[in-house]
Design a protein around this ligand. Sequence first.
Ligand code: F3S
Length: 367
Amino acid sequence: MFLTREEEAILDGEMGEGMRKAMELLVAMGDIKGAEKLVPVSRVHVSGVSYKTIGEAGLEFLRELADTGVGARVLATLNPTGIDLENWAKLGFEESFASKQLGIVEAYTRMNIIPSCTCTPYLSGNLPGKDEIISWAESSAVVFANSVLGARTNRESGVLALACALVGKAPCYGLHLDENRVPTFRVRVETEPMSEADFSAMGYYVGKHYEGIPAFEGISPGIDELKALSAGLGVGKVNMFSLDYEGIQETVSFGKEELRETYEELNTSEDVDVVCIGCPHCSLQEIGGVLRRNPGKDVWVFTGRQNAGLFREKGRVRIIKDTCMVVSPLEDLGIEAIGVNSAKAAFYASHLSDIEVRFDSLENLLK
Ligand code: F3S
């Protein structure tokens, strides 16, 4: 891979050990992917934040890196943590977990990564424009950025996104290049997806069974439905989709049968301890929708801190920020089964945490 003189100098350690490590990561990834050069990025979104997922080794790595004095050179935001950073004690999270989690956030903050702690950076001020070159981790946000916003990012790992933030550049390959951003197959939608859960189920099904860039025919999703579709696709191998299917020959179908099969696969329980909404984190519209229904059961609404402060909790609805039903240790709170309207949450709750799941539409979950 071609490196400029400045990039060579960073790789030689002239700007310190932390920057050398970051550049080493970018060059290694660039070489693996056949990138010809690095490109400047304007924004970064970093994942790998919850102590539940990165553990002690992750915390140590971040502390050591922060100790070298490195800092993000561009706007960089952070994915959800394992706790609500302010209300963790009230919610029942253990002090031993919380102190580790706060250590992780402190290390990221020392590196100038903004502790936005949300997986919807685009709803919290990290909003790229069309063709903007960015470097995002968090699969649901990557799909949304490429497909809905028209920005350009590969699906970075958390560590690589962090390295991109420190250097301000990313290896130029994959979805940064025009030729790789062309839809490769059409998905003819033969059932009308009615709920956000249906959109997320469709995304999950397509991402699980196909690779490439799908172009959906027969849907007119709103913004929250696009968010749900993006998250579902991101569970699988898809990093971008399109709604422009003209001229695409290869066609697959998604109908009632595929929808039924997906619900059947993801449902493991009828009864739930709590309904968890907000995978990806809820928009203002979604939070307002839950509060207006005033459900007669426990509902936890997960969202970004910017949104959380705008609402007052009501009845049995709690508004929780900085974390989500997947990356927080819900099992430590004695929760055994949750209701979700997100295929991504359904998949990871049962695979990462051994929590039983009822996957259904919001309407059905709140009945
Ligand atoms: Fe976000 Fe957690 Fe889902 S990070 S996309 S709410 S698994």
